[in-house]
Design a protein around this ligand. Sequence first.
Ligand code: GSH
Length: 206
Amino acid sequence: MYTLFYSPFACSLAVHMALEKVGNPFRLEKIDIQKGEHQLQAYGSLNHRKKVPLLKHDDVFIDQGAAILIYLADLHPETAMMPPSGADERSAAISMLFYLSNTLHPAFSIAFHPERFTHGKVDELFTKAIEKIETILSEFNEQLATQDYLTGNHVFVADYYLMSMLNWLPLFSMSLACYPHLAKYQQRMADLPEVQRAFEKEASQL
Ligand SMILES: N[C@@H](CCC(=O)N[C@@H](CS)C(=O)NCC(=O)O)C(=O)O
C-alpha cells in the first residue's frame, strides 16, 4: 500500500498524479505546509528533511519528488510513465526530470522564500528567481511548438512535475499569456484523467 504525505497543490501534486495513473488504492496524508505541519515533530520523525512529498510504500520511505516519480514509474512499467531502460527516449526523460528538480523547482523555492537564501537584498534575489522561471518557460514554450509533451509526444512523469509547478504562476501574478504553446500544453495536461482526479481531490482538501 502506498501512502503519500502531501500538501495541497505543493510539488507533491506531481506524485499524486502518478499514483492516480497507477490506479491502485493509496492513502493521502495531509501535511499542510501553510500551517507549518511539516515542521512538527510527528512529521519530522518520518522525514527529517521536513518537506513534502514523502511516499511510504509498505516499509519503505522515500522522499525527493523526482526520485519518487522514478520509483513509481519503475514499479509500474505498464503505466509507461518513464521510457524503459535502453529506450531511446530514456535519456531525455531523465534529463528533463533532473532539470525540473535542480533548476526550475529551486527557482520557485527562492521566489517563495527569498529570505531563506540570502543575507542581502531579498527583492533582488526574488527578481532573479522570477527571471530564471521566465527563461525556462520560454525554453519550454519553444520546445512545445513542435511536440505535445515535454520530451516528445508521450506523457512522462516530468510532465506531472511541470504541471504541479505551472499551477503556482498566479501566486506570482504570472500567466502563460506570453507562452501560447505552454498554455495549450497546460490544457492538454489538465484534460488527462489522472491529472483531473488529483486536482479534484486536492481541491476538496483545501
Ligand atoms: N528537494 C525536495 C524539495 C521539496 C520541497 O521543496 N517541497 C516544498 C513544497 S513544494 C516544501 O515542503 N516546502 C516547505 C518548506 O520549505 O517550508 C524535492 O525535490 O522533493
